[in-house]
Design a protein. Structure first.
Lengths: 166, 432
């Protein structure tokens, strides 16, 4: 049973997560999280949870709901659905505490909704630029996400459609 | 029905055609850049426009930047406690003087040539005034352009460029009912903006948002997916009892108990009583609800505890526990800001429950608002097909009642609120 991870293992883990998202294997993506894991896209990460809304703040059930919506619910903002390609760079392990790893990466995510490119909002490539913090814990030797915090570069400004998982 | 207009010089008021049986709006009212420019003077330059809430500028020196149509303004709290609304443009050569969304200042300095203005907008100093560039008796301008009228209603700050306009109170008219019922959920009758807002933009005309926030018709179509999500998850993921009913049919039934209202001033409302207001009195927040019931009486309590949505012409929306404002950027671009509010004196857990419910439905990743703005863009694009240019807003026109002079009351699923907006629009756009 693995008790530690090298930077290369952590990078591979981040790539694997990104690949599940890009290939829309969302049920598998859900399993990467710890049961009390949080998927968080803040507007202002300096304010406490009871003080402000976030763009996304998902516990396990909310993540399941988000995946259910993406896979099984017809809605205008995802008809047709988004495709994404993640690029991950500048991976650094900021802190190791026993079996907990605080990892920061920079991510450039391109998003596009395929379909008739002449229709508004479709066929248009959008870059999403973010600093991403992962708290990864080893659970029975398996790396799991306890926290994924996506700090969008443009989080304080006017944002477009973010109804896909990134 | 009038013939489709082909000339750009027809009176803009004729873009809305009203008979007893039909209510039609011309494509140009949403899609013509000349009409948009005219709206900025005839509507935003002329009526009361929402610019902020008092809780954003509680103390002397506090300010926020805002807009009246396409005019950038600064809303400030003066030393004597009054509110000033100033055009955010140096009187010297026109640069923006306040570049932060909000802050505290005792003066504003123009970044170009150092002209300095007080928090009330008065010119306090001119960069290098005494180096020989100006005579000793130089008559400097007074200061930043001061928007002549500023009034508040229950903390909502409105301003008008029209010095001769009537009172804000008479402009709001019956729409005060929606504001009162929402804010009366606070035992102190006051709201506060504490959360960061959601900000979004869409490629469509500003009136799509003005219409949509009080559109009972679209919910069960655009948000049918959301209704499916509700059927499966209900309150378990933080809806906080906001969207009652586990299916489209059930939601339709609950909403059907309410009614739509159109104010002659251009505001639309949807008001629905709480489906089970008595059970609230015994629930988790019983003491809080009992206090409200005792304050307002049984009958009014069921409306306070129910749902209210309003589109206050031209740029303020109220729905759920949020203020919403839409800013016209150009004929086909609009910025929307959603400000979740908290109720002063309500239990912390109650405010927090609402906050996280807003998060689930609204914002760029929410399960409702993202679908609405998608439709606004699709709507704008569809208007390119203008061979038949008239939009049809006839729903529940035939059984709409005329009440209180020239207001209208109609079916919850009708287009009474949208017609009210267009009546307000027509009145202002018809005046040269």
């Amino acid at each position: 049973m693995k008790r530690e991870m090298q930077t290369a293992d952590i990078e591979q883990f981040l790539y694997r997560e990104a690949r599940l998202l890009d290939e829309v294997r969302l049920e598998e993506w859900l399993k990467l999280f710890t049961p009390d894991g949080i998927y968080w896209v803040p507007i202002d990460d300096s304010l406490p949870r009871n003080r402000t809304v976030s763009i996304i703040y998902d516990d396990a059930l909310r993540r399941e709901e988000r995946v259910y919506r993406a896979m099984s619910v017809e809605c205008a903002s995802q008809s047709p659905p988004s495709r994404t390609v993640h690029f991950i760079n500048n991976v650094m392990v900021d802190r190791v505490d026993g079996e907990t790893f605080e990892v920061r990466s920079n991510q450039l995510i391109y998003e596009l909704r395929a379909g008739d490119y002449r229709q508004v909002g479709l066929g248009q490539m959008r870059p999403i630029v973010a600093t991403v913090d992962h708290r990864i814990v080893l659970s029975d030797g398996e790396p799991k996400i306890a926290l994924k915090k996506i700090l969008l570069l443009d989080r304080n400004g006017a944002l477009g459609n973010l109804t896909f998982i990134f | 029905m009038a013939e489709p207009m082909t000339s750009n010089d027809a009176s803009p008021g004729e873009l809305v055609q009203i008979t007893d049986k039909a209510f039609r709006v011309h494509t140009r009212a949403y899609a013509d850049a000349d009409i948009f420019r005219l709206e900025m003077t005839r509507i935003f330059g002329r009526t009361w426009v929402f610019v902020g809430h008092v809780s954003e500028i509680p103390d002397a020196g506090d300010y926020k930047t805002s807009y009246i149509g396409t005019q950038p303004v600064i809303v400030t709290r003066g030393k004597e406690g009054g509110i000033h609304v100033l055009v955010n443009r140096c009187v010297h050569r026109g640069a923006v003087v306040a570049r932060e969304a909000s802050g505290r200042a005792d003066h504003f300095t123009c970044p170009y040539h150092g002209w300095v203005y007080g928090i009330d907008g008065r010119l306090q100093g001119i960069g290098l005034r005494r180096d020989g560039g100006y005579p000793d008796d130089y008559e400097a301008p007074q200061g930043l352009f001061t928007v002549p009228r500023v009034e508040t209603y229950r903390g909502l700050i409105f301003a008008s460029f029209n010095a001769a306009i009537g009172s804000l109170d008479s402009h709001l008219g019956a729409a005060k009912l929606a504001i009162d019922r929402k804010f009366n959920r606070s035992p102190q009758g006051e709201i506060e903006l504490r959360s960061r807002p959601f900000v979004g933009r869409y490629r469509g005309n500003w009136k799509f948002q003005a219409e949509n926030i009080v559109d009972g018709y679209h919910f069960l179509f655009v948000h049918a997916g959301f209704a499916k999500l509700q059927g499966r998850y209900g309150d378990s993921t933080g809806d906080f009892g906001v969207h009652k009913g586990g299916s489209v049919d059930e939601m339709r039934k609950i909403r059907g108990r309410g009614f739509a209202y159109g104010c002659r001033q251009g505001h639309g409302m949807l008001l629905t009583p709480a489906p089970s207001h008595m059970s609230l009195l015994e629930g988790e927040f019983g003491p809080y609800f009992r206090e409200l019931r005792d304050q307002h009486g049984d009958d009014e309590f069921q409306w306070i505890a129910g749902s209210a949505a309003a589109s206050i012409f031209p740029n303020l929306g109220l729905i759920h526990h949020q203020l919403r404002t839409w800013r016209p950027v150009s004929v086909d671009e609009t910025e929307v800001t959603v400000y979740p509010f908290s109720l002063k004196g309500a239990p912390d857990a109650y405010n927090e429950g609402w906050l996280h419910s807003e998060e689930r439905f609204y914002g760029p990743a929410g399960y409702g608002q993202a679908d609405d703005v998608e439709i606004f863009a699709v709507n704008q694009q569809g208007l390119q097909g203008d061979a038949q240019p008239w939009l049809v807003l006839d729903r529940a026109l035939y059984n709409e009642e005329r009440v209180d002079q020239d207001d209208r009351r109609g079916n919850h699923y009708g287009e009474t609120p949208q017609r009210a907006i267009w009546r307000g629009w027509k009145t202002l756009m018809s005046q040269p």
